[in-house]
Design a protein around this ligand. Structure first.
Ligand code: SAM
Ligand code: SF4
Length: 318
């Protein structure tokens, strides 16, 4: 369906939980996370009704995210349900990869098409520091497993942070020569915990591109990333630059939080609660349609220097 700016909105990102098994420094505070009650969180049976309504209104791609989506029991069944909807053509997850090794085959059989795995460093100790305790070997094993079973393309999300991982950019790029992975560098956003790091650690995508002569541009922005490749490489390198090169005019996304509210724009404070309408199909469709139609035209990060949303990244899903 079209929004009022004429953009086709066909991509739904669903945050299934705001809990996580890691505590990445730019995303979650170390302690003091408010635990949502079962009543606050949208249940999978309710979510299925919402997903079918979105599909009816033209959503064709769904991404499950979080918090960490793989900590939830029954995610395979939710994926199975979603893949049984004929108009849904693409189902993906964004995960930190810690639990993926053991789940990858089941998820693929359930209908999962592909994964984005978040990985901000290639070194064990730094990974432990950034994630406050994560074991990088589990992520490496998960990546290998996904490649082995064809849960592909495997995309690696890497948040760029000056003084933290900017010294590893070349190592990430070089990995794509030998391994068919698609590294996507993402600019740090001044949202939630990211606000605290932003001043000292934010860097622009151009700082990498200007320093790398091997990367050849292969296509224009497809859904937010500009994609490059080294001649003969197995994988690609993408750049997602919400700060230095905003992509609002091409945005095809709508978001659902784990408490059952629609967020028409990641960076706007506006939310629409679907919970009161979940058992009333007509109202549910009407409210979703209205939310899509009125999606904000753009974010204001470059002028505000801070997201307008009060939500944290782990509550929205990235
Ligand atoms: N737990 C899963 C994971 O880490 O992939 C899914 C949720 S996480 C919130 C989704 C993505 O948001 C991750 O790739 C993470 O790196 C990114 N992210 C979190 N906070 C961010 C920030 N302040 N700026 C840019 N990206 C951020
Ligand atoms: Fe958890 Fe993902 Fe946030 Fe890291 S980025 S704390 S893995 S939700």
């Amino acid at each position: 369906m079209l929004d009022k700016s004429g953009r086709i909105i066909d991509y739904l990102r669903v945050s299934l939980t705001d809990r996580c098994n890691l505590r990445c420094v730019y995303c979650m505070p170390e302690e003091g996370i408010e635990k949502k009650t079962h009543n606050d969180i949208i249940r999978f049976e309710e979510l299925e009704k919402v997903i079918i309504a979105f599909a009816f209104l033209g959503i064709k791609k769904i991404r499950f995210t979080g918090g960490e989506p793989l900590i939830l029991k029954g995610i395979d069944k939710l994926i199975s349900y979603t893949s049984s909807i004929p108009t849904i053509k693409d189902i993906s997850i964004t995960t930190n990869g810690i639990l993926l090794y053991d789940m990858a085959e089941t998820l693929k059989k359930s209908g999962l098409n592909r994964v984005n795995i978040s990985l901000d460093t290639l070194t064990k100790d730094k990974y432990k520091e950034i994630t406050r305790g994560g074991d990088i070997n589990k992520v490496f094993s998960s990546i290998e497993k996904c490649l082995q079973i064809g849960l592909a393309p495997v995309k690696i999300n890497t948040v760029l942070m000056k003084g933290i991982n900017d010294d590893e950019v070349e190592d990430f790029i070089n990995l794509t020569k030998e391994i068919p992975i698609h590294v996507r560098f993402i600019e740090l956003m001044p949202l939630g915990e990211g606000v605290k790091l932003y001043e000292q650690s934010s860097m622009k995508i151009n700082e990498i591109l200007d320093n790398n002569i091997e990367l050849k541009y292969i296509k224009d922005k497809s859904n937010v990333a500009s994609v490059y490749k080294i001649d003969g490489a197995q994988g690609t390198v993408g750049f997602i630059s919400p700060m230095s090169c905003k992509f609002c005019s091409d945005c095809n996304r709508i978001r659902l939080t784990s408490t059952g509210t629609i967020k028409p724009c990641l960076h706007s404070e506006e939310e629409i609660n679907l919970k009161p309408y979940i058992n009333d199909e007509n109202m549910l469709l009407k409210v979703i349609k209205n939310a899509i139609y009125n999606k904000p035209e753009e974010h204001h990060l470059e002028t505000d220097k801070k997201s307008r949303t009060e939500r944290m990244m782990y509550q929205i899903g990235g």
